[in-house]
Design a protein around this ligand. Structure first.
Ligand code: DLZ
Length: 162
């Protein structure tokens, strides 16, 4: 994928809708917590930078990325305008990680296709910890920032669609 020179925290500020009054849910996996905590921090900071009130951000944790599907499915039933799912899967010695990534991706895609509340894909899938750090506030920015901007845009999209 063409992320080589793309910084995940770079975006056109003029294209980001004002988040005042928006209610955001974030479900975050505990696995690789050093990474997911940094992604969560990025997402929260960017949401607040664009007007979302701290009290309008609900954060729930789940054990691993596979549980993001259940967590997001429960969260979309609550009074939130969008759900950001945050996890980090790092390549292991067996294909197990690929099954997790596949499951999470399909599960979150299914929610997006069947539910009214947008679910934002904040799963990073890397070959090693260094690549994960690069995307969690390191040299390639923070995937959490990108997810927050996407959530704001999708709520705006929902509101304008009729
Ligand atoms: C089991 C597992 C493994 C091997 N690797 C990761 C990982 O890199 N990132 C992650 O978020 N979760 C991992 N898990 C845990 C699974 O997501 C899940 O929590 C368990 O299989 C229990 O359903």
């Amino acid at each position: 994928m063409a992320t080589q020179n793309h910084n995940l925290s770079d975006y056109d500020i003029n294209k980001v809708p004002d988040g005042t009054g928006m209610k955001m849910g974030i479900v975050v996996a505990e696995w690789n917590e050093n990474i997911t905590a940094a992604l969560l921090e990025g997402a929260k900071n960017t949401l607040m930078k664009h007007g979302v009130y701290p009290e309008d951000i609900t954060v729930k944790t789940v054990p691993g990325s596979f549980e993001l599907i259940y967590g997001a499915a429960q969260m979309v039933k609550t009074k939130v305008d969008a759900v950001i799912a945050i996890g980090c899967v790092i390549r292991g010695e067996t294909p197990h990680d690929r099954y997790i990534c596949q499951g999470v991706t399909q599960g979150l895609a299914h929610l997006n296709a069947t539910q009214d509340t947008p679910v934002i894909y904040g799963l990073i899938t890397t070959l090693d910890m260094e690549q994960a750090k690069d995307r969690a506030g390191g040299k390639l920015g923070n995937k959490g920032d990108e997810c927050a901007v996407t959530a704001l845009k999708m709520v705006d999209f929902m509101r304008k669609k009729d």
